[in-house]
Write a protein that binds this ligand. Structure first.
Ligand code: ADP
Length: 135
């Protein structure tokens, strides 16, 4: 049983999200917390300079709203959106916030079951805590 679980969520991976959340809820100790974490790739400065002012903030807020909708009102799951590189940022966030488990889908839906996606592979290799891979 874990007290501080991170569930990384890619907004375009559909049914994986609810499966990972269900598993996280089962692995959670009483009084523990679950964080649903979506990483948004940083917009390179040479592109950002051509965007209207406030566009990055707008993107961040839109993703936060999408993530919250994706959670479908599952109680006690905290939605968090951060900017960075998916694999690296998930591992860093988990370490900085004292997570004891990461529950992650092996890959986007539709690929063969033995396949480990690039984000999932990085998390499995580099995380300092337990990683539960959902297939
Ligand atoms: P693939 O390479 O097949 O796209 P990934 O390894 O990227 O597979 O995806 C597996 C899982 O990694 C996703 O279901 C999700 O849990 C997590 N993930 C991928 N990208 C992100 C992201 N930008 N933010 C949060 N989690 C992510």
């Amino acid at each position: 049983m874990y007290k501080n679980i991170i569930v990384p969520i890619a907004l375009d991976h559909g049914p994986n999200t609810s499966t990972a959340l269900e598993v996280a809820l089962k692995l959670l100790a009483e009084g523990g917390q679950i964080t649903a974490l979506t990483v948004v790739e940083a917009i390179p400065p040479y592109v950002a300079q051509y965007l209207p002012e406030g566009q990055e903030k707008l993107t961040h807020d839109t993703v936060k709203a999408e993530l919250t909708a994706e959670l479908g009102g599952v109680a006690d799951v905290m939605p968090v959106v951060v900017t960075g590189h998916a694999g690296r940022t998930i591992v860093d966030y988990a370490e900085e916030h004292g997570a004891d488990c990461i529950v992650i889908a092996s890959h986007r839906p539709g690929l063969q079951d033995y396949f480990l996606g690039s984000t999932a592979a990085r998390v499995v290799r580099h995380a300092g805590c337990a990683v539960h891979v959902v297939r």
